[in-house]
Design a protein around this ligand. Sequence first.
Ligand code: AMP
Length: 172
Amino acid sequence: MEYIKSKIRDVIDFPAKGVVFKDLTTAFKDPRALHILGWDLSQLYRDKGVTKVVGIESRGFICGSILAFELGAGFVPARKPGKLPAETVQASYSKEYGVDTIEIHKDAIGPDDIVVIHDDVLATGGTMAAVYNLVKSMNPKKIYVNFIIELGALGGRKALPADAEVESLLVY
Ligand code: AMP
């Protein structure tokens, strides 16, 4: 874990003043760090019968795909509006300025699925809460929530349902 931490770059004042951006591209480009990330994430869910991993656009696509591959599960992208070609279900959520929307293909998840929703960073939790509600509306058997990094001081867990099963590899 210390090795992965040493490969994460802090970018000050990105994308706005006052934000310390946890840049994972420096870990993703490092073969050993990427391997450890994929292995450690998948160890959390090995015996859970996971059938689908939902990755949140766009940084959640990277380790979300690796996680799906390692677990023998399928991969489902949660995308910004207008990117998915077939019929979708949508959820809107409040951001610092205005409202944002996220979509999943309507036929992507069903009642037999056991789902892990993955994103790279938990900040305020608004994005994950919206995707969680969207996935829940598709009635899967079970939902797990997963992050590489949790920014504890921002209290993102409070935005998620109290019974959500949340795992983060690194907490800052
Ligand atoms: P949230 O505030 O939890 O809804 O975060 C929204 C999205 O922005 C997540 O998908 C993260 O990838 C990204 N994000 C927010 N804050 C940071 C940060 N400090 N460093 C890196 N990514 C961030």
